[in-house]
Design a protein around this ligand. Sequence first.
Ligand code: HEM
Length: 480
Amino acid sequence: MSQLPNRIASPPWWQLINWIADPLGFQNRYSQMYGDIFTMQLDGMGTYVVIGNPKMIQEIFNQDTRQFDVGRGNAIAEPLVGRNSLMLMDGDRHHRERKLLMPPFHGERLHTYAKQICLITEQVASQWQIGQSFVARTAMQTISLEVILQIVFGLSKGERYQQLKPLLTTWLDTTDSPLRSSILFLRFLQKDWGTWTPWGQMKQRQHQVHHLLQAEIDERRQKGSEGRTDVLSLMMAARDENGQAMSDEELRDELLTILFAGHETTATTLAWAFYQIHRNPNVCEKLLQELDGLEALSNPMDIAQLPYLTAVCQETLRMYPVIPVIFPRITKSPMKIGGYEFDAETVLMPSIYLVHYREDLYPNAQQFKPERFLEHQYTPSEYLPFGGGSRRCLGYALAQLEMKLVLATVLSQYQLALAERRPIKPQRRGFTLAPHWRCAVSGDWKTIEIIAVARLLRTLVLRGGAAPRQGISPPNLPSI
Ligand code: HEM
């Protein structure tokens, strides 16, 4: 049996606690000790080889997909997304499901969503009061949840929409701190002893969500989806090469997968983008100049092509990988990677965080510097916020489009400022990392709070037609 590289010496229970409480501090500590490859053992979860070396990661991405299992390494997510989730599949089943799910998230399809994203952003922003602060992540979460409800689930009004929206928010908030996230990692806490236990509460909400989604699927099957452009309708119409459609369970679990994978990730990254843009006046100024240059255009897709806006989004995704490691790759047979011999059943875990903070690739990595993406082109294993290979994020194109459109819509209409200038660090929120939430000891807010300083109204870019200019009253927008 071959030796795993640089095994961390501390007890597995201690490694698990540290991994849950502070996954970035954990990786910093051991990469300083061992370099860009080390082996951690998480009590009750398994042994993982953490890799921050781009050459080795490229070798992993280049391997034939049949060389690894990935889905079974994601079993930890099953209680949330269900066993028919793309994330949990391997082999032919994964290949088939990805083919069915991919078209709504790419190419021309995306264009049809662009205007809707801008409108949702305007509706949410129109509720901000000048001079009053708001929590950036909460505001972004409202936008990204609405995007998923409207674009993916196809729901924007009605009783089911009204019930589902608050329910999904409270369900997702079950793991909003490192302590509350521990129920996802510690099996002994996963006991359904009624609604006074966190797990019981989560299960009850999940049951209600399932019920509502099933009712929506039933209704669509009865009434048909003619003329609808939402992702659920496209998923229901999709057929595999044997003419087989997706089952109700598959549809339901994939809707929840998209919700879990796409909602918090995009909202959190947007919150970090607003934070860095307003901490760095030069960045803000350059961005506004670029957006000003767009005033004569009316197509939201032009926004997606703006080079500096693109670089700002890329740099945000580099500095704040909401998912700090990609899905674990489990070797199915002995394999040689980067000069190391790995046995079958070794779990390899490429670290986005370790790669994105390498000083040889990103000098002054702690500094927010969008220009690095204008000056240099990074390879897929040097810059991997959406993972890579056959498991690359399904929603990478939608996520980037949404980020650009939300930033452009807000920045061209509002002058914002950070409510406080103290530095904010990422902390665990379920499987993701988000801005600090409430400080447990003092009850103090330690998150990105923003103040809307002024409403500018200087853009038409996002809707076409005549340009509302400064001083013209805002349009009447329905509230969300
Ligand atoms: C800023 C936003 C996002 C980030 C940073 C992100 C990041 C990631 C990462 C790192 C992976 C794992 C890839 C790998 O292991 O190689 C992943 C997978 C996935 N993401 Fe995203 N994601 C984002 C938004 C979205 C959105 C909007 C959707 C939904 C449309 C989505 C759906 C998925 C799905 C379904 C998978 C599993 C793919 C598979 O197993 O084949 N993500 N994402």
